[in-house]
Each structure stands twice: as C-alpha cells, then as structure tokens.
Ligand binder design. Sequence first.
Ligand SMILES: [Zn+2]
Length: 63
Amino acid sequence: MTRKTVDCRKYPSVSNCSLTISGEEEEVVRAATEHSISVHEHTDSPELRAEIRASLEDEKVGA
Ligand SMILES: [Zn+2]
C-alpha cells in the first residue's frame, strides 16, 4: 500500500505551517481538511476537499 502525503509547506499560507500529514488517502483528506479549518481558517466545502485531494502525493519510502 502506498501512503499519501500532503505537505503544508506547499500551500500558500500566512502561518508558515510546516506540517505534513501521511496515511491512507481518506485519512489524509479528513485530517488535512480539519487542519485547514482549525489552523488556516478555511471553510469546509467540497471544493476544499477536492483541492486537498488533488494535492496529495505518494509518500516517498526509503532513500
Ligand atoms: Zn498547515
């Protein structure tokens, strides 16, 4: 199984957030959505989730 990861540093944000979230796709989308709302003052919406889902990358494993 390939874990997905989202890196907050790749988002333009005012908070200079350095968080990365890794896990199964649905877990990452859920956690990143909650994080975006609580930290980045986004509003939960299908658009936000789609944006997060589109930004997921395969986690680099190993060297
Ligand atoms: Zn963040």
